[in-house]
Design a protein around this ligand. Structure first.
Ligand code: TTJ
Length: 644
C-alpha cells in the first residue's frame, strides 16, 4: 500500500528530513555532483556487496550499466534482512535505504568500514536517485520495494518465490541533482572494480555495459592472489620488468582481530616508485599512519640486512641509504583493514589510527628481514638498486651546488636564450616554451614583451622516464627550463618561487611537436608536479590552416572541421594555406592566432587522476614497445589531445 501524507510517524519524519539534507547538500555526502559523484553512487552500492563477500557469504557480484543509464548491482549473499527493525518499526531493508548513516552493517564478521566519503551508505544513493528499487531473495521469497527521490513508494512486498539468495539494487541517478546522468565511463568503473577485486582476494566482480545492445562490454575481475597480483598487474601494465623473482607479500593481524595489514611489493627496472595505500579498501591518497610506518621501517630493515651480510663495499660505506633510495623502482600496495578507521585531513584521504603505524613497522621488521635472509639474490638486487640511487642523488646534489658556486647566487643566472618579459608582477606573466629556433624567433618578435617571455628549445630533449635525477640535473636541454622557471626541481620544487604564472608549451601540430609536448609534460609531471596540479601548464593551439579571401581578409582554422565550415561560409574565391609548422608563420600571424590573450585558445593541462597519468607516462615514454602500442591503439584520441 502506498503511504499517503498524514500517516507518517515521528521516526519517519526524521528519516525524510535526513534524506532531504542529502538532497540539499549532495556534495557533502558524495564529494561532487559531477562525473565523480555519479560514479561514487555505484561504488557506494557495490561496497555493500563486497562487505558481504568479505564476511564469506557471497561469491559473485554483478554490476551492470543498463540502457537508460540505470545501474544494477546484484549479489548472491544472504540478502539484506527483511525482518522488522524494532527501533524503527520498519523492515531492516527499508531502514538501510531510508535512514541516513544506518549503513548496511548488521555486525557479523569482517571489518566494519567507516569514515571518509565512503560508507555513507545506501540511503545517500537512494536520496540522490530519481528512483531506486531493491529486490531481496532469502531462499524462499522475493521481496521488493521502490523509492523515488528517497521516498518510500510501497510497503515491502513479496512479489514471487525463489530458492536463490541475494540482493539486487537498481537505481537511476536524479537529473535534478547531477549535471549529467549519462556519463558513466566503463573504463573508470572497470578500474575501480578491478582495484576492489585485487584488494579483496577471491571476490568475483563482473562489470557489464549494456547501454548499447550492439556493443555489449563485459569483464570479470577475480584475483585469488589479491594484492600480490595487483603488483604483477601494475608492472605488466606499465611495461616494467621486475628485478627479482617473487612479489614480496607480508601479512599480519592483531590478537583482537580488529586490524589486519597486508603489504605486497616488488622492485622493477624503472626509476619511479608506485606506492598505493588503502584503508578499508579506500585509497588513502594522502597517506597516513600505514605509510609512515612503511617509510620508517623500510630503510631500517634493509640497512640492517646490508650491514649484517656485508652487502655494501668499503668505498660506498659513506653513503647513507634512505627511504628515498629504497623507493626507486618500488611498486608497493599497503592495505589495512581496521574497525573504526579514522580518516583525517581535508579530503578524508589520510589514515589516522596510530596502532597501524607500529603494526606496519613491526610487520616489516619481522617478516621483511626474514624474506631478505631467505632470498639473498633478491636482497642483493634491491640493495644494489638503492646504492645506485644514492650515488645518483649524491651526484645530483653536487651538480646543484656547482651551479650555485659558479653563479655565486642561490639561483642560477637566467639562460642566454631566454627573452624575458618586463613585468615583475607574476600574476600576469607568461613563458612560451617554443620548439625550434625559427619559431622561437617569430615568437620573440610577435610577443607582447611586457608580460610574455620566450624560451626556445632545440635539439633532442631528454626522456626523463629513462634517466636518473643526476642526469636530469646536468642535462643541457632541461637546465634552461629549470632556471627560467626559477622554482627548483624534485623535492625542492617550490611553486612560490615560480617566475611566471602561465607555462605555455608551443610546438608544431605534428608528430614531432607531439613528442616534444609529451617529453616536457613527462618532465613536469615527474619533477615539478605542483606546476600541473596548480594549473600553471598550458598547450598553445596554433592554427592548421589560413584561408584568405583577396589580399585583406584572412581566416584561421584550428581543425579540419573548422576549415570545412569556413569554406562553406565564405563566398567567392579563396586560397588555403596549410601550416606545416610554427616556423611558417610570421610574427604578426603567430601573435594574432596563438599568442594574443584576446583571441587565442589554449588547452590547460589538468591532472584529474595522478595514478592514470603515472601509467600514461610510463607507457608512452618507457622502452617496451608492446604496452605502448596497446596504449596508443586504445587511446589514440587521448594521445593527440595530451590532456592528462
Ligand atoms: C548482513 O548480515 C545479516 C544478513 O545480511 C547481511 C547483508 O545485509 N548482506 C548484504 C547486503 N548483502 N548484500 C547487501 C547489499 C547489496 C546491495 C547491492 C546493496 C545494499 C545496500 C546491500
Amino acid at each position: 500500500m502506498t503511504k499517503v501524507e498524514g500517516e507518517y510517524g515521528a521516526d519517519e519524519i526524521q528519516v525524510l528530513e535526513g534524506l532531504e539534507a542529502v538532497r540539499k547538500r549532495p556534495g557533502m555526502y558524495i564529494g561532487s555532483t559531477g562525473e565523480r559523484g555519479l560514479h561514487h553512487l555505484v561504488y557506494e552500492i557495490v561496497d555493500n556487496s563486497i562487505d558481504e563477500a568479505l564476511a564469506g557469504y557471497c561469491d559473485k557480484i554483478e554490476v551492470s550499466i543498463l540502457p537508460g543509464n540505470i545501474i544494477r548491482v546484484k549479489d548472491d549473499g544472504r540478502g539484506i534482512p527483511v525482518g522488522i527493525n524494532s527501533k524503527m518499526g520498519l523492515p531492516a531493508v527499508t531502514v538501510v535505504f531510508t535512514v541516513l548513516h544506518a549503513g548496511g552493517k548488521f555486525g557479523g564478521g569482517g571489518y566494519k568500514v567507516s569514515g571518509g566519503l565512503h560508507g555513507v551508505g545506501a540511503s545517500v544513493v537512494n536520496a540522490l536517485s530519481e528512483w531506486l528499487e531493491v529486490r531481496v531473495c532469502d531462499g524462499k521469497d522475493i521481496y521488493f520495494q521502490r523509492y523515488e527521490r528517497g521516498k518510500i513508494m510501497n510497503d515491502l512486498e513479496v512479489i514471487g518465490q525463489s530458492t536463490r539468495r541475494g540482493t539486487e539494487v537498481r537505481f537511476k541517478a536524479d537529473p535534478e541533482i547531477f549535471k549529467d546522468t549519462d556519463v558513466y565511463d566503463y573504463a573508470t568503473l572497470a578500474r575501480r572494480l578491478r582495484e576492489q577485486a585485487f584488494l579483496n582476494a577471491g571476490v568475483n566482480i563482473e562489470l557489464k555495459d549494456e547501454r548499447d545492445p550492439e556493443n555489449i562490454k563485459d569483464k570479470t575481475f577475480y584475483y585469488q592472489g589479491g594484492i600480490k597480483e595487483f603488483v604483477n598487474y601494475i608492472h605488466k601494465k606499465k611495461g616494467y620488468t621486475p628485478i627479482h623473482d617473487e612479489v614480496i607479500y607480508l601479512r599480519t593481524a592483531n590478537l583482537e582481530n580488529t586490524c589486519e595489514v597486508e603489504i605486497a611489493m616488488q622492485y622493477n627496472d624503472s626509476y619511479n616508485s608506485d606506492i598505493r595505500s588503502f584503508a578499508n579498501n579506500i585509497h588513502t591518497t594522502d597517506g597516513g599512519t600505514h605509510e609512515e610506518g612503511f617509510r620508517r621501517a623500510i630503510p631500517r630493515v634493509m640497512n640492517n640486512y646490508a650491514t649484517k651480510f656485508n652487502k655494501i663495499k668499503e668505498k660506498d660505506k659513506d653513503l647513507k641509504l634512505e627511504f628515498e633510495d629504497y623507493k626507486e623502482g618500488m611498486t608497493a600496495i599497503i592495505s589495512v583493514k581496521i574497525t573504526e578507521a579514522q580518516f583525517e585531513g581535508q579530503t578524508k584521504a589520510k589514515l589516522g589510527n596510530t596502532i597501524v603505524r607500529s603494526m606496519v613497522s613491526k610487520l616489516i621488521t619481522d617478516k621483511l628481514s626474514e624474506f631478505l635472509e631467505e632470498n639473498p639474490a633478491s636482497a642483493s638486487a634491491i640493495i644494489d638498486k638503492a646504492l645506485a640511487s644514492a650515488k645518483a642523488r649524491e651526484a645530483a646534489r653536487k651538480a646543484r651546488e656547482n651551479v650555485r658556486r659558479k653563479t655565486g647566487l642561490e639561483s642560477a643566472s637566467l639562460p642566454g636564450k631566454l627573452a624575458d618579459c618586463q613585468s615583475k608582477d607574476r600574476s600576469e606573466t607568461e613563458i612560451y616554451i617554443v620548439e625550434g629556433d625559427s619559431a622561437g624567433g617569430s615568437a620573440k618578435q610577435g610577443r607582447d614583451r611586457k608580460f610574455q617571455a620566450i624560451l626556445p628549445l632545440w635539439g633532442k630533449m631528454l626522456n626523463v622516464e629513462k634517466a636518473r635525477l643526476d642526469k636530469v640535473y646536468g642535462n643541457d636541454k632541461l637546465t634552461p627550463v629549470i632556471t627560467a622557471l626559477g622554482a627548483g626541481i624534485g623535492e625542492e620544487f617550490d611553486t612560490e618561487k615560480l617566475r611566471y604564472d602561465k607555462i605555455i608549451i608551443m610546438a608544431d601540430a605534428d608528430v614531432d611537436g607531439s613528442h616534444i609536448r609529451t617529453l616536457l609534460l613527462t618532465f613536469f609531471f615527474r619533477y615539478m608536479r605542483p606546476l600541473i596540479e596548480d594549473g600553471h601548464v598550458y598547450i598553445a593551439q596554433p592554427p592548421l590552416y589560413r584561408i584568405s579571401k583577396g589580399k585583406e581578409t584572412h581566416y584561421y582554422a584550428y581543425t579540419d572541421q573548422e576549415r570545412d565550415e569556413l569554406l562553406a561560409k565564405i563566398e567567392g574565391k579563396t586560397t588555403i594555406q596549410r601550416y606545416k609548422g610554427l616556423g611558417e608563420m610570421d610574427p604578426e600571424q603567430l601573435w594574432e592566432t596563438t599568442m594574443n590573450p584576446e583571441t587565442r585558445t589554449m588547452l590547460r593541462v589538468e591532472l584529474n587522476d595522478a595514478q592514470e597519468a603515472d601509467e600514461t607516462f610510463s607507457i608512452l615514454m618507457g622502452d617496451q614497445v608492446e604496452p605502448r602500442r596497446e596504449f596508443i591503439e586504445t587511446n589514440a584520441k587521448y594521445v593527440q589531445n595530451l590532456d592528462i
